[in-house]
Design a protein around this ligand. Structure first.
Ligand code: 13P
Ligand code: SF4
Length: 403
């Protein structure tokens, strides 16, 4: 029997045996290769053109036009200006997943974004299409916060507790293909910041609890601010806590509606309450708009919340003369400021903060990837094995069906 207030200790021998059967994640030293089981690709083989080459823009245009309709270039809103100018379509992760799925004629999908997005594109496109990520080091620290082993261990603990049958996994797009496959296997759905509310509501129509992976902030903000739950309905599963139950008691897990994974975005997690207070003092009348990956207290202090697509449309539709402080990645905020000169658009933090992994895709890597494709030697192809892809696809298709 489990005593309320105590963490649950499942049979250690059985757990050790199961853990041994799972894959291990070796430590990677920078420059020592790519790890296909993780977001942490570190290597980019091949001869890159020097960043100082004054002909890079012309080379990118030449390679792009040589490829014509055989290639389709997707650009996430957080990409650098020098890269985004070559995107055939720009978008947030939801829009880009749909765009990838809607291009069956393109032999090559060049993904200017991060690894988990390219994996999703590979899952959503046909075997005849190749997805290329110009720099394999463009991973995502949030996605790395939920590894396959950790998530399997969590599920086993929920099974040991007898509550796994009530739990529907909802996994943020920002996760590895392995975690999406886990979600598909257990009847769950993927979500993005654009449709998290729909996804969590859908899940709660099928089970009494949601395991929300890997971004605790998106999960909490969705549950409390969009679906009217209380903070007490949410618990945080810490994969690094001692014991087998994420630092939670049986009572806490039994009582919770939302089991939030302890993951966060290193970029959006930096915005603090002080940033909001400071910007209100610096820019009188400013409206603060933040991404739902921000901490709950920051979102509460802001005026509006929105995915990257929603942030863009809100500012584009705002009246001339209005002032905005934006809590999301800096490349996007700078572009919003440039394309809305009739408004004041400021970065929410005083300190510069780009997403360093998004920024790995630069012009030399893009030129290298496009020229290699034009020469018939695809580089940095992202492939997801068939079993993982089939299970992950079930969860991605469920998300696309939610709209
Ligand atoms: P969206 O593109 O879904 O808004 O997500 C933001 C993000 O952090 C992407 O890595
Ligand atoms: Fe990952 Fe955050 Fe960068 Fe998005 S912005 S890729 S969630 S680290």
């Amino acid at each position: 029997m489990t005593v309320p207030g105590q963490t649950i200790q499942a049979d250690p021998a059985a757990r050790a045996e199961r853990a041994g059967a799972r894959r291990s994640l070796p430590l990677l030293v920078l420059g020592a290769g790519a790890d296909p089981a993780s977001e942490r690709g570190v290597d980019c083989p091949g001869e890159l053109p020097p960043a100082s080459d004054p002909g890079l823009v012309a080379r990118a245009h030449a390679a792009r036009s040589a490829l014509g309709d055989r290639a389709f270039v997707l650009g996430h809103h957080y990409q650098r200006d020098e890269v985004i100018q070559f995107a055939d379509v720009t978008g947030d992760s939801f829009k880009l997943a749909r765009e990838a799925a809607a291009r069956p004629g393109a032999e090559y999908i060049v993904f200017c974004g991060v690894h988990f997005m390219a994996e999703s594109a590979d899952i959503l496109t046909s075997d005849a299409q190749q997805v290329v990520l110009p720099d394999l080091a463009a991973g995502c620290s949030m996605a790395d916060m939920a590894t396959y082993n950790q998530v399997e261990q969590c599920w086993e603990a929920l099974e040991d507790l007898g509550i796994a049958d009530e739990v529907i996994p909802v996994t943020y797009m920002n996760s590895s293909a392995d975690i999406k496959a886990f979600t598909g296997r257990h009847g769950g759905t993927v979500c993005t910041s654009s449709n998290a509310r729909k996804a969590v509501s859908w899940a709660l129509g099928r089970g009494s609890k949601v395991l929300f992976l890997p971004d605790q902030h998106l999960g909490r903000n969705t549950a409390v601010l969009e679906l009217g739950m209380s903070l007490d309905d949410c618990v945080v599963w810490d994969p690094h806590a001692p014991g087998d139950t994420g630092g939670l008691t049986a009572e806490q897990l039994n009582d919770a509606t939302m089991i939030l994974w302890r993951g966060h975005c290193s970029v959006h997690g930096r915005f603090s309450l002080d940033c909001v207070t400071d910007v209100r003092a610096r820019i009188p009348g400013v409206t603060v708009i933040v991404h739902p990956e921000c901490q709950h207290e920051v979102v509460l202090a802001a005026d509006c919340i929105g995915s990257t697509e929603k942030i863009i449309s809100t500012i584009e539709q705002a009246p001339p003369g209005s002032a905005w402080a934006v809590g999301t990645e800096l490349n996007l905020v700078q572009r919003l400021a440039a394309s809305n000169p009739d408004k004041t658009v400021a970065f929410l933090d005083k300190t510069v903060c780009y997403c360093s992994t998004m920024n790995r895709i630069d012009l030399p890597h893009l030129v290298w990837a496009l020229e290699s494709l034009a020469d018939g030697r695809p580089v940095n192809q992202i492939t997801v094995d068939d079993d993982t892809a089939a299970q992950a696809r079930a969860a991605l298709d469920q998300m696309l069906a939610l709209g």
